[in-house]
Write a protein that binds this ligand. Structure first.
Ligand code: F6P
Length: 438
């Protein structure tokens, strides 16, 4: 009948304790209900997929609904939790730390919460970073600030050493806030824990301004990042429009996925070209970027270009790239390259080029209101899942519902903009640029 559900969440064992949460199990009493293990949500909402399941007699792939369970695995008074933040900064990290601490302490009565300093380095005693005791009082104001209260670092550490540290500190649950590398890292920690038959739950809370975590609706902090970028684009437009043949180039973060550039351009719809890593564009030729830019200047006398940092890498002669500590390829600087190429191309035509690179500014800001809401809810759901003994999962939103997904499913590949999607089409409708620039 049905093939196995790829979204089945691993569990440490039978949940033998009653939740201390005073929730309901019936509708109509105006009290929130515990979430049952049988509460599932269909993953693929398309009619085609539903019809194919029907005709094959298969159960559709389903996601576990996030939320508090009536039976929990950990006895709160004997439980220690730890939180680690890894990778590049992202708006909302402190909101998530705060939310996890508050939920553990106030909802479940967990009193021992450890902050792991400077990412996975903090789980390697040889690095000499001291563990931080986290209390509601210590974290109550941190949501007001960008960055991470715990500090971060890129790259992994020896998995066995990290699990030794968790065991020697009697940690029962580890919350890892990070992107693809961090999530793979915490999953590897989960595998080592499984080998040792230790009762430690590992939970990921996906964080990246690039929004490149697969399957989930959005990673937290992404919205704030393009929110910060959009007034910069507004002002770049003022600069461009204020000069004859004015050209503003704004380079935005986005290593291999162009979501920030595309969303910022939609949010501030004065952009005429968005160049993203997913597209393969040419500079030369009538249909190439420079030729189309020339036509735009002839018609409108100004242009705004938003380029994602990972765009146009195929244009560089030198294809040798180094990797950062997380194993990500460090790209050549497309912003400066474009600026130079535009300058070279317009030798006969007078142009004024303004180059703007807000760089890290888009990711070090505190979360906006919408991301703040999202961060708190992700944090609460992460805690409920961990308390139920679930492990190697992420707390996330899919099809606008909070769910748990196995870490392995979201780290199989990175999410990228589909050039045939309605989203990218709407970006092109907004900018007026052609489908292809080649
Ligand atoms: O975290 C994602 C990101 O901000 C990317 O957009 C960017 O390419 C990269 O991190 C920069 O990393 P680092 O902090 O190592 O300079």
């Amino acid at each position: 009948m049905s093939e196995t559900n790829r979204f089945q969440i691993a569990n440490l064992g039978k949940p033998n304790y009653k939740s201390p949460l005073q929730l309901s199990t019936v509708r109509g009493d105006h009290i929130f209900n515990f979430v049952k293990e049988s509460d599932k949500l269909v993953f693929d909402l398309s009619l085609d997929s539903y019809a194919s399941c029907l005709s094959n007699g298969e159960e559709p792939q389903c996601l576990e609904k996030a939320g508090p369970r009536q039976d929990i695995f950990f006895k709160p008074e004997d439980t220690t939790a730890a939180i680690v933040t890894c990778g590049g900064l992202c708006p909302g990290i402190n909101n998530v730390i705060r939310g996890v601490v508050m939920a553990l302490h106030y909802f479940y009565g967990i009193k021992r919460i450890i902050g792991i300093p400077y990412g996975y380095e903090g789980l390697n005693p040889e690095m000499g970073h001291e563990l931080i005791e986290l209390t509601p009082d210590k974290v109550k104001d941190i949501h007001q600030f960008g960055g991470t209260f715990l500090g971060s670092s890129r790259g992994g550490q020896d998995v066995s050493t990290m699990v030794d540290t968790l065991e020697s500190n009697h940690v029962n649950m580890l919350f890892a806030i990070g992107g693809d590398g961090t999530l793979k890292g915490v999953d590897a920690i989960g595998e080592e824990i499984k080998k040792r038959s230790a009762d430690i739950s590992v939970v990921g809370i996906p964080k990246t301004i690039d929004n490149d975590i697969d399957l989930i609706d959005e990673s937290f902090g992404f919205e704030t990042a393009f929110d910060v970028a959009s007034p910069i684009i507004r002002d770049a437009h003022n600069e461009a429009a204020g000069a004859f043949n004015g050209i503003s180039i704004v380079k935005l973060m986005g290593r291999d996925s162009g979501f920030i550039a595309a969303s910022a351009a939609l949010a501030m719809p004065v952009v005429n070209f968005v160049l993203i890593p997913e597209m393969d564009f040419q500079l030369e030729g009538e249909l190439g970027f420079l030729g189309v830019l020339k036509k735009r200047l002839q018609q409108k006398k100004h242009a705004v270009i938003v380029v994602a940092e990972g765009a146009g890498q195929q244009l560089f002669e030198d294809q040798n790239r180094v990797q950062d500590a997380s194993g990500n390829i460090k790209h050549a600087d497309i912003g400066i390259f474009l600026k130079d190429k535009i300058k070279e191309y317009f030798t006969e035509t007078p142009v004024t080029i303004k180059y703007i690179d807000p760089s890290y500014i888009v990711r070090s800001a505190p979360a906006n209101s919408s991301d703040s809401v999202y961060c708190s809810r992700l944090a609460y759901h992460a805690v409920h899942g961990a308390m139920a003994g679930k492990t190697q999962f992420v707390s996330c939103k899919v099809n606008n519902k909070f769910v748990y997904i196995p870490i392995k499913e979201v780290t199989k590949k990175r999410k990228k903009i589909d050039l045939e999607s309605e989203f990218w089409f709407s970006v092109l409708q907004s900018t007026g640029q052609p489908f292809l620039l080649k």
